[in-house]
Design a binder for this molecule. Structure first.
Ligand code: ZN
Length: 138
C-alpha cells in the first residue's frame, strides 16, 4: 500500500471565505500516483472547515447568511470564549460545516457524485492556515 501526504496553506483576504480547492486536491492525487484508495482532506485549524458541496455563488451566500443566523460574529461579548480572542463564532461555524472530507479514488480520479466539489471554509482568516491531504491506496 502506498501513502502520500501534502499540506496546502491558505491566507485569505477576508475573515470568512469559501475556496474551491478541488484543483489542488486533484493535483495532489496525481502526484501520489495512487489509482485506487481513499483520500482524506481536513482543515488543520479549529476555525476552518473542509466540506463538499456545489460551486454556486448563490449557495455560498446562503451558507454565509445561514451561519451568521446560527452563530453571528457580533456582538463579540455574547460569547464566553471571547476573552482574549474574538473568534468564538468561527469555532461554532467550523463545527457546523465540518472538519474533513473523505473521497473514494477510482481509476486515479476523485469518485465524485454530480456537482460535488471540495471547499475550504475559512471563518477566521487573514493569516496563513493549513489543510492536510492524506491519500492511501495503490
Ligand atoms: Zn478561539
Amino acid at each position: 500500500m502506498k501513502s502520500y501526504r501534502k499540506e496546502l496553506t491558505f491566507n485569505t483576504k477576508n475573515r470568512r471565505e469559501f475556496i474551491n480547492i478541488t484543483p489542488y486536491v486533484e493535483e495532489a492525487l496525481k502526484e501520489s500516483g495512487i489509482k485506487e484508495g481513499l483520500l482524506l482532506c481536513n482543515a488543520m485549524h479549529i476555525t476552518a472547515s473542509v466540506f463538499i458541496n456545489d460551486d454556486e455563488n448563490g449557495l455560498h451566500h446562503d451558507f454565509e447568511v445561514f451561519l451568521e443566523k446560527l452563530a453571528p460574529e457580533k456582538p463579540y461579548d455574547q460569547y464566553r470564549h471571547n476573552g482574549f480572542e474574538d473568534n468564538a463564532d468561527a469555532h461554532l461555524k467550523r463545527t457546523i460545516m465540518g472538519r474533513e472530507v473523505v473521497v473514494a479514488i477510482t481509476d486515479g480520479k476523485l469518485d465524485f457524485g454530480p456537482w460535488e466539489q471540495i471547499f475550504y471554509g475559512e471563518f477566521d482568516g487573514k493569516r496563513p492556515k493549513r489543510v492536510l491531504i492524506k491519500i492511501i491506496g495503490e
